[in-house]
Ligand binder design. Structure first.
Ligand SMILES: [Zn+2]
Length: 53
């Protein structure tokens, strides 16, 4: 159980969703915070973590 949870956390940890077009992007959180990641679809830099709905 613990291992599954760990894997899930790892899977979701670096995934973010574009606030505008809801495209999922995998990137390090640091890069998101630094604004270095652009949505490949709409070019926005506004992301939120995947976990929150
Ligand atoms: Zn987008």
């Amino acid at each position: 159980m613990a291992k599954i949870q760990e894997a899930t956390t790892r899977l979701f940890k670096n995934v973010f969703v574009c606030k505008k077009c809801h495209t999922k992007i995998r990137a390090k959180q640091l890069k998101i915070l630094e604004g270095k990641v652009k949505c490949r679809k709409c070019g926005r830099k506004a992301f939120r973590p995947l976990k929150k709905k």
